[in-house]
Design a protein around this ligand. Structure first.
Ligand code: AVJ
Length: 324
């Protein structure tokens, strides 16, 4: 039957929905309001992010893709034979698909928080590669990465964790270290991490990438308020905020905010309101930037040794291969 042809889908989503809503609410009630960046990615947010990746100003996606296509065979040559390819945040699996010929994995494990989307994107890979075992794991892996049992089913196929796109930049450095340590704990001796990280570069280039002329990133940022309205039954009016993105030299990160245009108040939950003064802001995203040496040091602090490094002609983006 059709149902039996669907690839295996597991779930490690553990947080009850109620806790998630409570966390979101608490963040909004802090002296400086915060919304976790994961709330960007509803259906509209995913579309807008796809549009961002095609912007002239947004260089990371394109630059990483170039590094991958220029070095595909050289990178694959450094990986263990027939690994378990674990794509963290696989989305539509388009990036993974491009590696299958070169890497020849024993199986593909696609991990993503968006469960419905995951089923169909993993199914598409499985259909294109009938010999390949494909498993989808619905998981908020940034909170709890727990794939030991799954990986142990193939003890002779070491995992290659694929974490592209500089998604690691959303973590603050300490949290990034803890997350990479979790990955390391899954590596055994032969496991590897293949990770992309955005590099430090002149401020004007960074800021343009997060505040593009056509306003796509502004729309992406403002859309998070619609997501929060859905999640909490809140009544944010996006038109009362404006998009703000700057590079913070001290913390070496792009910070994205939503700034209140005027004094007003928002209902967050049934009996909870939050007031905003004109100019008061909500932090919606950090996107940390590293030098290649700093990123190697982060890997080292997380128990992994960077063995190979690839970059583009301008040193704008780094691809790191690391092992225990
Ligand atoms: C998906 C986290 C890598 O930080 O560049 C793009 C998200 N935000 N434009 C990034 C994003 C605004 C992106 N990451």
């Amino acid at each position: 039957s059709l149902a039996l042809d669907l690839p295996r889908l597991e779930s490690t989503l553990r947080l009850p929905v109620q806790d998630e809503r409570q966390q979101l609410l608490q963040g909004l009630l802090q002296p400086t309001a915060r919304i976790d960046s994961k709330y960007f990615y509803d259906e509209r947010g995913c579309e807008l992010f796809t549009d961002i990746c095609r912007l002239d100003e947004y260089y990371p996606t394109r630059t990483e893709a170039q590094i991958f296509s220029d070095n595909r065979e050289a990178i694959a040559a450094q990986l263990p034979d027939t690994p378990q390819w674990v794509d963290l945040g696989c989305g539509d699996c388009n990036k993974t698909r491009q590696w299958l010929d070169a890497v020849d994995p024993a199986r593909v494990v696609g991990v993503d928080i968006a469960g419905e989307f995951l089923q169909s994107s993993i199914a598409a890979v499985a259909q294109q590669h009938p010999q390949l075992e494909c498993v989808g794991v619905v998981s908020d892996f940034t909170q709890h990465l727990e794939l030991h049992d799954l990986l142990a089913e193939r003890p002779n196929n070491p995992p290659v964790f694929f974490y592209p796109g500089s998604s690691i930049g959303n973590f603050e450095p300490r949290a990034a270290m803890h997350f990479i340590r979790r990955i390391r704990a899954h590596c055994g001796e032969q496991g590897r991490l293949l990770i992309g990280a955005d590099l430090l570069k002149p401020r004007a280039i960074l800021e343009a990438a997060y505040d593009d002329a056509s306003g796509v990133t502004a729309a992406f940022n403002l859309n998070i308020l619609n997501v929060v309205n859905q999640e909490l039954d809140a009544d944010f009016r996006p038109e009362l905020f404006h998009h703000w993105a700057r590079f913070d030299d001290e913390h070496r990160r792009i910070e994205m905010r939503l700034v209140a245009r005027e004094r007003h108040s928002v209902r967050l939950a049934r009996h909870t309101r939050r007031h905003f003064e004109a100019g008061e802001h909500i932090v919606t995203e950090y996107s940390h930037k590293y030098s290649a040496d700093e990123f190697r040091a982060l890997l080292a602090a997380s128990g992994l040794r960077c063995t190979h490094y690839w970059t583009d002609a301008q040193d704008w983006f780094g691809v790191f291969l690391a092992e225990p």
